[in-house]
Design a protein around this ligand. Sequence first.
Ligand code: NAD
Length: 303
Amino acid sequence: MGRKHQGSVGFIGLGTMGREMARNLLEAGFAVRVFDVVPAAIDALVALGAQAASGPADAARDADIAITMLPDTPQVEEVVLGAGGLRADPPRGRLVVDMSTIAPVAVRRMAADLKASGIDMIDAPVSGGPMGAKNAALSIMAGGEAEAFARALPYFEAMGTTINHVGGPGAGQAVKLCNQLICGINIQAICEALALGRACGVDLDQLRQVLLGGSAASWMLDRLGPAMIAGDDAAGFRIDLMLKDLRLVQEQALALAVPLPATALVTSQYVEARAHGEGANGNQALFRVYDRMANQPRQTVDG
Ligand code: NAD
């Protein structure tokens, strides 16, 4: 298979999303050097043709672009600003792209900090879940300078299909927080519909099919509905990560005095889910909150 691209990437963070994104970069022909704190995650990518790195700077040093896909703001700050990080030892191309979902204010701080060292930063969070990552079909919402976005675009095109430059530093994260607010409230609406349908004795698979054909259709109902109905809590997007996103939404909203009552309500349900040990389960496990409120026996995939 001939290389379609000449560029090189240092990719840091090979979890649910990052491993698929790094694989798609490899498949597009880029040279990819990878790092994760979990050695097995590195090995899995090396088996697909990536090079192993001993740390973030080692992954990025000889690359045109460094991409991070990490859980939350502190991990990105550590990898970018910490000892052995990308600010102290930047990629050859002096371009850092964070694709995690983190606080917009932290992005603006980091972008200014990096700029002072002659390094460009783009925030480019994604939507589309693990399947979107696997199929290189992510929606990518990017913030930062236009020239830096243009340099990152060929790499984005290897990972996504809907790619938008939405403003300056932090703008990508602002759009992603709006996305997450809708996702969280939408999952809650689906839980409520399934809880009511179940109590009415309606067949839930049929209910979902009917709803998908009308104005209640949504990505969440389509993708998470089957797992909710089957009681399959296996993670895709973890409850813990959504709780992190809803916290970021509310921190941003409070800073700007924007009232978001529905977000506050659904956040308390996510808190309840985590308190019942569901943090590592997928978002579909929010339905368990409704099981508990209705005192319904827990349904599981095993019956
Ligand atoms: P994940 O927890 O599966 O993966 C994160 C990876 O980062 C892990 O492999 C972890 O070992 C690694 N890591 C943590 N700290 C590190 C460090 N200091 N240095 C190197 N590696 C480190 O998370 P994910 O589901 O892949 O999500 C990543 C980001 O993307 C999060 O911000 C999440 O909110 C966002 N996101 C996730 C989804 C989804 O459906 N899972 C969808 C869109 C966006």
